[in-house]
Unconditional design. Structure first.
Length: 605
């Protein structure tokens, strides 16, 4: 049993995963059974985080009233958070399993034709029933519904983000996929690769940028037209359902002629197509810049005008800097590949990695932004679900960086110019670090929260707070960075300004703190000197008073003694007189009391 934690909780509560059927970089596929005793097996397809199938396509498939043989029934799905699908389980395996079984034995003409016919019916059925072009697919995506007659059903709804970029498969992708073009012709190219493997046991050999597929001895009698028609590099001349059915019926539809150009030489290599040249120019940026400087511009323009006669590339870009010219050329002919600038990936993910890297990454980001290379990178097909599908210049995230970062850095430059007399010039490395920070803030809005947390954490440090808190101009920028709306240009500019000015503000704060300490020490010394002079004067006064006291002590003592004696004598005489007066008063009162008592006794008798 598969642990319930392997699938979203919304599924684990309804289905019990039995075993893992398939696991790749796009999704996990489980065999499961519903809870409650139902024995009907289903498949649970759980996409990787950030990947999701086309919601409009899922709605059309889920809304089918009748069961279509070329579509696996979609029981349930959700793409709100984690994208998952619940589909019917077809136990007969996939087209890949059938091809592996057939390749183990001798070539079977009739069975191989049946496979080609079944794939044709499946692809054409999807187009007619759902109005959906399958595009690139693999043998693992087609499931066997029944074997007699052979019926195939498309079971894998590829994630829109995954299907946008070629690679990850040993099979050669359709040439137009490298150019960023998707559509029905790519599915018929894949059918040609299937037919080639049925005949030879291996996929066709096709290097990106080749003018044609080297079929060699792959074609058996009668199969050469099918391979040549399906593996045509030009999607407009490639066979479709009508030509394949005609071939199956025994006819011989026309095969488009292979258009070949006189090759162009670049650094010792010949390239027959613009796609091949663009891939090589991107892979060897140093040699590409040297080649363009040494006359490659004229040779490339002449080759495009006279041989290729393709107007997708604006020749005016050849007058720009060599790295920009290479980026523009790659965007015109390899829009399906990852964009690069001087050898470094500059799609949204690659740009973010560079911005979060060291000084070399910061330099690359600043160079790409200043040169305008992001406008060309945005023309490449991206893997973001919210970016418009199939439009030129469609990566909204890169277009946002191209539009916002120069505005943010202009605000930062205004702040630095205003504080130039205080902080002085900013080094190139520091400025590039600021550009990288602005790019990260644009690509990941949550990065503003991390920067704000860092600012608040630094303010809690007592030493840092005591030093840098004295700098008023830095405190003003910090307040804007912490209080403003993270989505506004002014706030992002304040965050970048604080990031660039922190070291200068820290140094200025330490200088102010040192000056304050020096002032305190000076004032303390001054007060100490003043206190000492007061003590000296007080000591001298006390000394003079003591000298005078010692000189006049005998006279003072005699005078004090005389005063005390006089006061004691006068006090004694006054005391005696008072005592006599009091005694006479008490004697008088006592005599009257005795007379009164004698009178009361006499009257009482």
């Amino acid at each position: 049993m598969i642990p319930r934690t392997s699938v979203p909780w919304t599924l684990s509560g309804r289905y019990a995963p039995e075993r893992l059927l398939l696991q790749n970089d796009e999704c996990d596929l489980y065999l499961a059974y519903p809870h409650g005793g139902d024995s009907t097996a289903v498949t649970l397809r759980v996409y990787r985080p950030g990947l999701s199938a086309d919601p409009a396509l899922l709605e059309r498939v889920a809304g089918l009233i009748t069961v279509e043989p070329y579509t696996t029934r979609l029981i349930d799905y959700d793409h709100a958070k984690a994208t998952w699908l619940v589909q019917e389980f077809l136990p007969l395996g996939s087209l890949r399993d059938l091809m592996n079984f057939m390749n183990r034995g001798p070539f079977h003409e009739e069975r191989s034709r049946e496979v080609v016919a079944a794939v044709t019916r499946c692809l054409d059925g999807w187009q007619n029933t759902l109005g959906h072009e399958v595009g690139d697919f693999g043998p693992e995506d087609l499931l066997v519904r029944q074997t007699d007659p052979l019926v195939l059903a498309l079971g894998h709804h590829r994630a829109a983000q995954w299907a946008a970029l070629p690679g990850g498969s040993p099979w050669p992708v359709a040439p137009e996929t490298l150019e960023g073009v998707r559509g029905a012709p790519a599915a018929w190219w894949t059918l040609g690769v299937v037919a080639h493997e049925l005949l030879t046991g291996r996929p066709a050999v096709f290097e990106p940028g080749d003018a044609a597929v080297d079929l060699g001895a792959a074609g058996r009698e009668g199969w050469e037209p099918l391979l040549a028609g399906l593996l045509t590099v030009d999607p407009a001349a490639r066979w479709g359902a009508a030509e394949v059915r005609s071939w199956l019926a025994g006819a011989a539809p026309d095969v488009g002629a292979v258009r070949r150009y006189a090759p162009v030489e670049f650094a010792g290599r010949s390239h027959a197509t613009p796609t091949a040249l663009a891939i090589d120019l991107t892979a060897r940026p140093g040699a590409a810049e040297s080649w363009l400087r040494d006359g490659g511009r004229n040779r490339l323009a002449t080759w495009l005008d006279r041989e290729v006669r393709d107007e997708r590339f604006d020749r005016g870009w050849l007058d720009k800097a060599e790295p920009v010219a290479v980026a523009a050329f790659a965007a015109a002919f390899t829009a399906g590949l990852r964009p690069r600038y001087r050898g470094m990936a500059i799609d949204a993910e690659g740009l973010l990695d560079l911005a979060r890297g060291g000084s070399s990454g910061h330099h690359a980001v600043a160079d790409a932004v200043a040169a305008g290379a992001l406008a060309h990178a945005a023309r490449h097909r991206c893997s973001h679900p919210r970016c418009p599908e199939g439009t030129a210049g469609g990566c909204a995230r890169l277009l946002g960086v191209e539009a916002e970062v120069p505005v943010v850095m202009a605000e930062v430059r205004a702040v630095l110019d205003r504080l130039y007399d205080i902080v002085g010039p900013v080094s190139a490395g520091t400025w590039e670090r600021g550009v990288a920070a602005a790019v990260e803030l644009c690509l990941v809005p949550q990065a503003a929260r991390a920067q704000r947390w860092r600012l608040r954490a630094e303010s809690l440090h007592p030493l840092r707070r005591a030093a840098i808190g004295r700098v008023t101009w830095w405190s003003e920028q910090r307040r804007k960075a912490l209080k403003g709306n993270a989505g506004e240009v002014e706030t992002r500019a304040a965050i970048v300004s604080v990031l660039l000015l922190t070291s200068s503000a820290d140094e200025a704060g330490r200088q102010l703190a040192e000056e304050s300490r020096e002032e305190f020490r000076r004032r303390r010394q001054e007060l100490t000197g003043q206190g000492r002079s007061v003590l000296v004067r007080a000591g001298r006064t006390v000394e003079s008073l003591w000298f005078e006291l010692r000189l006049r002590y005998p006279a003072i003592r005699a005078a004090v003694t005389r005063v005390l004696v006089e006061r004691s004598e006068s006090g004694l005489s006054r005391g005696q007189a008072g005592w006599r007066h009091a005694r006479a008063r008490w004697q008088s009162r006592y005599g009257r009391w005795r007379l009164d008592r004698a009178e009361r006794r006499r009257v009482g008798r």
